[in-house]
Design a protein around this ligand. Sequence first.
Ligand code: ADP
Ligand code: MG
Length: 250
Amino acid sequence: MSLIELDKVSKVYRMGDVEVHALREVSFAVEERDFVAVMGSSGSGKSTLMNIIGCLDRPTGGAYRLDGDEVSRLDRRELAGVRNKTLGFVFQSFNLLSRTSALENVELPLLYAGVPARERHRRASEALGRVGLAERVHHRSNEMSGGQQQRVAVARALVTRPRLILADEPTGNLDSRTTVEIMVLFQELAEAGITILLVTHEPDVAAYASRVVVMRDGRVRTDQNQKARRAADDLAAAAPLEDEPAEASA
Ligand code: ADP
Ligand code: MG
């Protein structure tokens, strides 16, 4: 069973007389531990797709199963439960409380979940350590660089121990060096067994994922396994060397 299964998912926004088909019968599955980058030009449906996968919005057609549960059958309270238990979110604009310490920002989801103070501190410190900010737990987010703020946001997503992290343009506000740092962090999390789905319009960013899905006009246009592609590239690069002795003997 796949962690994410979309079966002909559609989303139509109605604005007065106008219908916008943001998603048109999108079908694909994401396996546990997959690291997927979703690409595509502005307006192609990437955020709509992420919102549906993140249980923040509902499809107007088709079926969406998350970890085997048909999400459209869940009520609001059950959806909130799935979000808190299974999902972590990372946004382009970090969405931290600005005059609040890194530790308190990361503790927030645990506060909502009713986790006692000691356990909150322990788990939030551990999550900040995991993103390389063990020394900065008491810094306020408005005293941190963009890259550090995004690390805090990743720690906040991690602290509830989600199986899936959804990130919409997480490097959109970062310079290229910091972008690399954040992408390496996502790679480490994927290697540690967390499934990651990330939206980006930069090929350099998508290159860190093991799979790239390209959207266009509300449809999946291409879906490429980069590990297989890289292996094929490596093989092709190695092939001429292997061929040489055979040619020499012919
Ligand atoms: P992307 O994230 O790839 O830029 P979106 O998913 O945000 O694309 O948008 C896909 C299409 O749906 C666009 O045409 C956009 O204008 C439209 N759209 C997105 N959200 C809404 C909304 N809340 N109401 C109306 N139209 C929307
Ligand atoms: Mg978007």
